[in-house]
Design a protein around this ligand. Sequence first.
Ligand code: SAM
Length: 277
Amino acid sequence: MMRDSDYEFIRELVYSHSRINLGPDKKELVSARLGKRLRATSITSISDYCRYLQEKEGGEELSHLIDAISTNHTYFFRENEHFDFLNTIALPEMVKRRAKERWPRFNVWSAASSSGEEPYSIAITLAQFFGMTPSWPWRIEATDISHKILQRARIGIYREDAVKNVPAAHLRTHFQKGFGPQEGNYRVKPHLLECVTFRQLNLLEGSFPFTEPFQIIFCRNVMIYFDRATQTELVNKLANLLVPGGYLLVGHSESLSGIKHSLTMVKPAIYQRAHKP
Ligand SMILES: C[S@@+](CC[C@H](N)C(=O)[O-])C[C@H]1O[C@@H](n2cnc3c(N)ncnc32)[C@H](O)[C@@H]1O
């Protein structure tokens, strides 16, 4: 069981760095979530974990702690460098290679999609890039372990403060503003909803059910929950699902250093599969 003083320490730390306010009723939940971090850091008690966070070396662990506490936490255009990378590098490059490679479709996978903000941000980026009547069809697969969160994602309704990172012009093009009882809500328009397929999938289980490879895979802010061996297995499975020259995007707090894989890092949190020899 977690000591009250340890809980108070975690509570204050989380609040000061993320503004997530954990009430006294969350002690059990936090204790369960910390279990994942204890396993990942090989620390055996919560008190030792708190001491580790207080030390200098624990600085990096803080972002893992926050993510562990806020499991489904996500937002539109999170880590915007990835969307800039799509616009300026990856998409123009893939368009150039398309004819030679005979790729029938441009496929993207959001591998821990949570409540949908990530795959819809990708969809907005692709819709803007390819236009409303694209000459190259594109599709987004969005998966998550949680059935409950996927239900929310499929509905595609977000509160006003959740869409604050969506540029105003994109908001007008891709969302319907609610009125009456829906005042303050924004609904993703059907043309975007139809481009995203949501399905439940546990990244740690078996083989993946896809029949086509992906030009881009987003697997962000989920690997932090896994130990090194699991991360290694997963990264290698994801790499095999990329087309040659395809990109794997991971969260900026998730380093692949220490993991044996065949990808090349092209920028922080962006990895590329080798081109065909
Ligand atoms: C912090 S959210 C990340 C959402 C989004 N990728 C982002 O970066 O904003 C982590 C998501 O990973 C999902 N998740 C956790 N373990 C998983 C697993 N084993 N397989 C698939 N999804 C998992 C959770 O349900 C949660 O929705």
